[in-house]
Structures are given as C-alpha cells and as structure tokens.
Design a protein around this ligand. Structure first.
Ligand SMILES: NC(=O)c1ccc[n+]([C@@H]2O[C@H](COP(=O)([O-])OP(=O)(O)OC[C@H]3O[C@@H](n4cnc5c(N)ncnc54)[C@H](O)[C@@H]3O)[C@@H](O)[C@H]2O)c1
Length: 267
C-alpha cells in the first residue's frame, strides 16, 4: 500500500493531461499531495482536468499548453515551470497519438512524421528540457527524480495490431529510450521506467468499447482477464513507480494488459 500524501512538496509534470490516462494520473498524484504541471495542446481539456482536481484537492496546478513535438514550445514550458516551481520530481511522458490504422508500409510520410514527432521526439524533447533540473534535486535523495514513459503493448509486441505499424515502432523506440535514459541518469539517482498498457477505454479509442471489442475480435484476441482496462489502473502503476516502493527499479517496462500479450503470443 502506498503511503498517504507521500508526494507532498513534490511537483509532477504530466504531458497529454487534457484527458485519458494523463488526467487519471494527475488526479491520483494530487490525491497524494503533489503539485502539478499539466501539459497538452488541448487547453479545454486541461481546464477540465484542473476543475475536476480542484474540487477535491488543494494543490497548485500550472496549465502548460505546448506541443511537445516542438522544442521551442517545450523550452517555453520549462521556463514557465521554473518561474512557478522549484522542482520536478515526477515527469510522465504520456502524450501520444496512434496516427490512424495503417500497416506500416502503407502509412503516408506525413503521418509517419507526426507519430514519430509526438511519441518519440516529443518525449525526448521534454526529458531533455527537465533532466538537468531533476539532477539538482538532492533534497529528495535517495531518488532525485523519476521519469515514467507511457509506451504500449504495441511497442513490445508489434504483431498485436499490425494496423498501427508506425505507432508500434514509435512505442518500441520509447521503450529503448527508457532503458537508455535509465543508464544515462542512474548515477544521478533518477529512475526511468515505462508502462505498456493493452487496451483501455480512453479518447484514443473514442471512449468506444465497441471499437475496442471489434479490434480484439478481428485479431482473434481473447483477453484472459475478459474486460477492457480502466485508466485508473494505469494511474495506479504510475503511482507505484512514483513511490518509495519502486526506488530500486529502473529501466523496466511494466505491461498492464489483462494478459492480452500472452494470449496473442500463446504459450
Ligand atoms: N488507451 C489505450 O488503450 C492505450 C494503450 C496503450 C498506450 N496508450 C498510450 O497512452 C498515452 C495516453 O493515451 P490516452 O489513451 O489517454 O489517449 P488520449 O488521446 O486521451 O491522450 C493523449 C493526450 O495527448 C495530447 N496530445 C496529443 N498530441 C500532443 C502534443 N503534440 N503535445 C502535447 N499533448 C498532445 C492529446 O490532446 C490528449 O489529451 C498515449 O501515449 C497512448 O499512446 C494508450
């Protein structure tokens, strides 16, 4: 069990927090006392996230509208953050898009660039903009900061859905970066881990269970735990990585998919 309000005095930056997993993580971190920087390109979504959180929690929230694929905008966000807060303990690289359903070799260049720019370069941009701040945070020793990358089962097992080929490759790249950053930042007592969700009801699936079911049926996937995941369950894993219980874990990728991956791969 994660102790109560253990994130008090710590700031969590979550990209793509205008809805979906990002909003759930923001809510849960706030419940544990964290102040928040919530980023998105969707300002309405960010305002809604803030409103929901402030109903129940007294925390400081900075809304940071920025396109993470644009390094100038990300650096602008870093400046905005440094004017308001003195730390970033948690960085969750969550913002991502699927780019539509195409086998990788049928994808258009423009779509390829957009998916890679947001899912890979975007997370790299944000990490580059904040890791130096994390390194300075000796007050939080033994761990000065934690980075959590939201990858996907499509990144670990690209055969799960060959119709999101470029997306799968982008998430595989994010898992590779997770390991690289864990190596590069370990000596500074910063942990870096990834979470790879299976299928969850969020705006990325138009909040439509039928869409998810039809994808699973087309692929002949029978989930061992036969239900679609809830965003809160991904947020709970992020909270675990944020807690002291996970201080000795770095460079891992935790799959949360109700058993989808083993079902597809068979034993
Ligand atoms: N929902 C699932 O089943 C599932 C499964 C595996 C992985 N994921 C991953 O989880 C993450 C969150 O997805 P979600 O399901 O909550 O979907 P979502 O669409 O609700 O969340 C993504 C958020 O990112 C924002 N965003 C998009 N481009 C951006 C940019 N350039 N800069 C800043 N923000 C941007 C969107 O506006 C949106 O609010 C994504 O990386 C997604 O690939 C989702």
């Amino acid at each position: 069990m994660v102790e109560n309000r253990f994130l008090e005095g710590k700031v969590a930056l979550i990209t793509g927090a205008g809805g979906g997993f990002g909003r759930e993580m923001a809510k849960l971190f706030a419940e544990k006392g964290a102040d928040l920087v919530i980023n998105d390109i969707n300002m309405d979504g960010l305002e809604e996230t803030r409103e929901i959180i402030l109903k129940d929690h007294k925390v400081d929230i900075l809304l940071a509208k920025a396109d993470i694929s644009n390094s100038d905008e990300v650096n602008g966000m870093a400046k905005q953050v440094s004017e308001k807060f003195d730390n970033i303990f948690l960085l969750v690289n969550n913002a991502g898009i699927d780019g539509g359903l195409y086998p990788s070799l049928k994808a258009k260049e423009q779509m390829y660039n957009k998916v890679m720019d947001i899912n890979v370069k975007g997370s790299w941009n944000v990490t580059k903009a904040f890791f130096k701040q994390m390194k300075r945070q000796k007050q939080f020793e033994p761990i000065r900061g934690k980075i959590i990358n939201i990858a996907s089962c499509a990144g670990t097992d690209s055969g799960i859905n060959p119709f999101v080929g470029v997306y799968s490759a982008s998430k595989a790249a994010l898992i590779a970066f997770t390991k690289l950053w864990a190596l590069e930042l370990g000596a500074s007592n910063i942990t870096v881990n990834a979470i790879s969700p299976g299928v969850f009801l969020t705006p990325i699936y138009n909040n439509d269970p039928k869409l998810i079911r039809s994808f699973l049926d087309t692929r002949g996937v029978k989930l061992p735990i036969d239900r679609i995941g809830e965003s809160k369950e991904v947020a709970n894993i992020a909270l675990f990585f944020a807690s002291h219980a996970a201080d000795y874990i770095t460079g891992t990728n935790l799959v949360i998919d109700g058993g989808m991956t083993i079902s597809v791969n068979k034993l």
